[in-house]
Design a protein around this ligand. Structure first.
Ligand code: DX5
Ligand code: ZN
Length: 217
């Protein structure tokens, strides 16, 4: 598998989601940020909008749940058809059970770590997961500055995945752009979320191609 580029529709026009998702038909996944105004200080969208996107878009959906109580809510996103469902370990009461429930509902199970959350305590959970998301900003908003201090954690996570010989994807999210994506790739990330870097310009599809070319070296 080569690198994957996942545009974050948080930076799209919410009144024109069908058009804006069609502009990135060359992307691997659509990254959909669900925020509940409790786990993060921002409110975006929930299951009904994700279901509408699933119907409208031809690209698989990567649901990033920045919500409290993912144990209760995350499996419904898998049942609705999101191909990948990411919960935050800081919010999960029983992450192993939750990952198993997501997989049982037919989706890839993914676990996210906020910037201050280390990977080491979760080494033993890696076989239960299909992807780890290392946040490279504090979750909650698009357009923030990439945190370079996360690069060692990306490197360390790649080492742990390799140590156990697992096929776990390693995603980065926050401040990923033409300026920062090569550093992330070099550290071992293979799935790249980009919101403002894709949607703030004139041609989102071309931005996806450019990011892919930079990461795939
Ligand atoms: C932030 C979200 C990100 C956000 C990224 O909490 O999880 O997916 O949309 O936006 P950029 O790429 O602009 O940092
Ligand atoms: Zn996200």
């Amino acid at each position: 598998m080569g690198v994957q580029i996942n545009p974050s529709i948080l930076s799209a026009d919410f009144a024109r989601l069908a058009e804006d998702t069609a502009k990135v038909a060359n992307a691997d996944w659509l990254h959909v940020d669900v925020m509940d105004n409790h786990f993060v200080p921002n409110l975006t969208l929930g299951l009904p909008v994700v279901e509408a996107i699933l119907k409208a878009a031809g690209t698989p959906v990567d649901a990033h749940l920045m919500i409290e109580d993912p144990d209760r809510w995350a499996p419904a996103y898998a049942e609705a058809g999101a191909g990948s469902v990411t919960f935050h370990v800081e919010a999960a009461a029983a992450p192993v059970r939750l990952a198993r429930n997501i997989r049982a509902a037919g989706s890839r199970a993914s676990m996210a770590l906020k910037p201050a959350t280390p990977i080491e305590p979760y080494e033993d959970l890696l076989p239960e997961l299909d992807m780890i998301l290392i946040m490279t900003v504090e979750p909650g908003f698009g357009g923030q500055k990439f945190l370079d201090i996360m690069l060692p954690k990306i490197r360390r996570t790649r080492e742990l995945i390799g140590k156990h010989d697992l096929d776990v994807w390693l995603q980065v999210d926050g401040g990923v752009s033409a300026e920062t994506i090569e550093r992330c790739a070099e550290a071992g990330a293979d799935v790249f979320v980009a919101g403002s870097a894709v949607y703030d310009g004139r041609d989102p599809g071309a931005a996806v191609d450019k990011l892919r070319a930079l990461a795939d070296q």
